[in-house]
Design a binder for this molecule. Structure first.
Ligand SMILES: Cc1ncc(COP(=O)(O)O)c(C=O)c1O
Length: 475
């Protein structure tokens, strides 16, 4: 057993009591067994019983009432309604993601389904008219762009705009340090390809975006899942332990609004993360695709902004903010620039020119900030609303994250509910959700689902979540 897996006695007692509360053995407002009763029930000392109840209190499950004992707090308040820090096995493993993940994006394309599954942005919040007008203008004016390959590294005008845009995330780079890609997914794959060889180990947050798992599977890399806090992101102590044991070749993290957790690393953790990895010469691939959709302004600086050694490869795209259909992303690969560029050429020579020039023109006109601010405010309202609906309709014991950016929610249901079965039943009822198992290589998160709040608007969503609640109550 690793130090991370070991649990203190009081934690075991507290976990068991938490479980009893979660499955409804003790209901809201009910008085819990006295401390003395706990000592005889579990065969532990009074000090251990006190520690267990303190843990439950700190975690927001119970409250101590003077001279009366400990009571279960109502659901939906306190930390009790948020998932806990994840607790993966901390063992590098091969990845097999399976067919399930491939179906999720397809479901988002079906007009007969209410999409709470795929993490696609709300179409009403994208500047599609403006972008298509600019696109049409560029295509008409600059037909020569069709007559040659765009630069391998990407269009110069666009790289310039991106380097300006990156200043808002604290990243100061020359346009020549940016490589344009076909979306963030290509940026991630090129980065992994540039750094890793078959059999290397990639450390990821647990849970993590299934696209990353698929990438690891494709490149025959092992994955090491790290404990991750639903608010603060990856556990740096656990990471340090893995680094000390030389278990990791590269880290692939989403410090800003992890998909699916929505967690956001505090400022000081980002700096510490970059320093820890530089000290061990382990590169960080930073996926910042949701970073600009922060509900707070200014957004937190990207981890890349603390990088003094070229050890961080910053990957992002405009798929969540402007237009997923443009398929434009980028990577700022630091000291891995040449290795990434070579692989870009081998993959597809260069990205298409017209979308790049059109995007450069859009960014030059200066409305990116306004578009993204407006969208982030809407996403905040939509995630809040979806969260409330889930807590209202889902079975007692359901926990939901409270992200500070992006538009996905991670939902932990009572253990007897299968996320995959709920997905299948929801699909039959005309609703798409994402089962939690696809966010882990080891088949964890069986009773979890991810929901996207991006399209949550109008009464249809109330009805859809009510239906999901009814379905989940039938398990
Ligand atoms: C965390 C994360 N990274 C990368 C991607 C892929 O982005 P793109 O569509 O720009 O390739 C997604 C898409 O959902 C994502 O959620």
């Amino acid at each position: 057993m690793t130090a991370i897996e070991q649990k203190f006695l009081y934690e075991q007692v507290a976990e068991d009591m938490r479980h009893a509360i979660t499955i409804g053995t003790y209901s809201s407002e009910e008085r819990l067994p006295s401390l003395r009763k706990i000592t005889s029930l579990y065969g532990v000392s009074l000090a251990t019983a006190i520690q267990a109840y303190q843990w439950l209190e700190d975690s927001g499950f119970v409250e101590a009432r003077p001279k009366s004992g400990y009571y279960v707090l109502p659901r939906g308040c306190g930390k009790a309604c948020e998932p806990e820090v994840s607790n993966p096995r901390m063992k590098a493993s091969e990845v097999t993601v399976g067919e399930l993940a491939l179906g999720i994006l397809e479901e988002a394309r079906r007009p007969d389904l209410i999409n709470l599954g795929a993490a696609v942005p709300g179409e009403d919040l994208l500047p599609l008219k403006n972008m298509s007008r600019i696109y049409a203008g560029v295509a008409r004016r600059e037909e020569a762009l069709l007559g040659h390959y765009e630069a391998q590294q990407g269009n110069e005008l666009l790289r310039k705009q991106i380097s300006r845009q990156l200043r808002s995330s604290g990243v100061r780079v020359h346009p020549d340090e940016v490589i344009i890609t076909n979306g963030c997914m290509e940026a991630l794959i090129l980065s992994l390809r540039a750094i890793c060889k078959v059999g290397d180990t990639v450390a990821i947050e647990s849970p993590s975006y299934y696209g990353m798992l698929q990438a690891a599977e494709l490149l025959r890399l092992n994955v090491l899942e790290l404990p991750t806090h639903p608010r603060d992101g990856v556990d740096l102590n656990a990471l340090q332990q893995a680094l000390d044991k030389k278990m990791i070749n590269v880290c692939l993290f989403m410090p800003s609004f992890n998909n699916p957790l929505g967690s956001s690393m505090p400022h000081k953790n980002r700096k510490q993360l970059v320093e820890m990895l530089a000290a061990e010469n382990v590169p960080l691939i930073e996926d910042d695709i949701y970073g600009d959709l922060s509900y707070d302004t200014p957004r937190l600086p990207a981890a890349k902004s603390f990088d003094c050694h070229g050890n961080v490869l910053l990957c992002s795209s405009f798929s969540k903010t402007l237009a997923p259909g443009y398929r434009i992303g980028y990577v700022v690969p630091g000291k891995y620039f040449d290795a990434v560029l070579k692989r870009k050429f081998l993959g597809n020579v260069a990205s298409a020119g017209i979308p790049q020039v059109a995007l450069a023109e859009f960014l030059r006109k200066g409305s990116y900030e306004r578009v993204v601010r407006k969208a982030a405010l809407h996403y905040k309202q939509r995630t809040d609303r979806l969260r409330q609906l889930v807590l209202q309709y889902f079975p007692e014991g359901t926990r939901v994250t409270q992200p500070q950016g992006g538009f996905v929610l991670w939902i932990e249901m009572p253990e007897h509910i299968s996320g995959v079965a709920l997905h299948d039943r929801a699909l039959a009822a005309g609703i798409s959700i994402t089962p939690g198992v696809i966010f882990s290589p080891g088949g964890d998160y069986q009773h979890h689902i991810r929901m996207s709040a991006s399209a949550v608007d109008g009464d249809a969503i109330d009805r859809a979540v009510k239906t999901l609640g009814e379905l989940s109550n039938k398990f």
